[in-house]
Write a protein that binds this ligand. Sequence first.
Ligand code: PMP
Length: 453
Amino acid sequence: MTSNSVAPARLAAVIAAERDRYAARNPSSRVAAEAAMRHMPGGVPLHWMKDWGLPFPLAVASASGAEITDADGHVLADFCLGDTGAMFGHAPPPVVAAIRAAAGRGLTAMLPSLDAGPVGDLLADIFALPFWQTTQTASDANRAVIRWARAITGRPKILVFEGCYHGQVDDVFVTTDDEGRTALRPGLVGQVTDLTRTAVCVPFNDIAAAEAALAAGDIALVLTEPALTNTAMVLPAQGYLEALAAACRRAGTLLAIDETHTISTARGGYAKAHDLAPDFLVVGKPIAGGLSAAVFGFTERIEAGMRAVDAARPSGYSGIGTTLSGNMLALAAMRATLEEVMTQAAYDHMLGLSAVLAEGLAAAISAHALPWTVTRLGARAEIVFSPVPLADGRAAARSIDHDLEGALHLFLLNRDVMVTPFHNMTLVSPATTRGHVDRLVAVFAEALDTLHA
Ligand code: PMP
């Protein structure tokens, strides 16, 4: 028996049977994968798409609302939702209509469209920060925030938390080693610079550790998600984020809250719901309904700081910005999302149904007397292989069991239900129905029966 109380031999047998079942039921996906493999390593346009751990990639024929139709005609209840990019459902009708209309007016011109004013107003209203800039991805937004923070404070270092993820952002690819020292994340490709000179990593939920690091006086920015969602999910302890924000203020360090995933919490995100008043806020992925776009917001003080930095520097490239950011199409999609999709009614539906889902999953876990928990943050719920909620990134890393996770994912997929390939994350969209939720809960219970047979 493993710590997760699934016998290794049983796990291996289930995985083998499910891989055969997958191969048998997806002949068209296999053909599509072979075609893609001619020029794309692994048959995928982004290597992460191999992380589903499938015998060959599943090819999507179409995606709508909370469902994906694959190349073989299976209609899957999608709780992955593009790992949050489609959190408001696949192709929300107002976004599709806005994209259709905008496409006829041109796509990109490196000039603001007439949507810039309304999008700024909507962002300020929804997220309660006065100033905004757009980027193509949340990774880009975090990189921009890091540069601005260093420029404004004149300090070199960034503080992040063990188990964090903020996108393809070189500056913060750090973790801690067994002695608690900041170290490079293992597995980085082509890493030649020593990031530990300019990044500090401490455990989440440990205010003393953060305060000790801030005391050095050389940290420009603390960059964090309000809850760690990119390792098995770690929620903030009561009062922790408020204490962190206060510690940043005392130390003259800026605070960036990355809401790319925690936008699942509530309309306006976690920071607004909990009055965290960060200096910067980053939102990516679903902000334009699934079209590539992200934003970062900031306070009046930061905006003044940016102007001062700009006035003092020689002209030339700032190191911030990419050509297609804020293009006409992205702004139109963002406006439709903010105006018509990211509504309070949508969140009411998502949060209510996610609570039902979390209860259903937890009931199946207790029926099998498993030492697992379900952690929920608004529309996001995660099955965690730990008997108690996780305190920090180290505990989260210990709880992850890739084989068991992979077996569960494949079992679900073979029965027309998808969850995120990275850990056991589920998301509920405005288009998700009680029927989808019941299907996931029933198939999950069947998976537990099979693993424990
Ligand atoms: N921030 C967080 C919290 C994320 O979870 C991610 C992606 N998982 C990113 C930033 C980066 O997003 P993108 O890959 O769209 O740049």
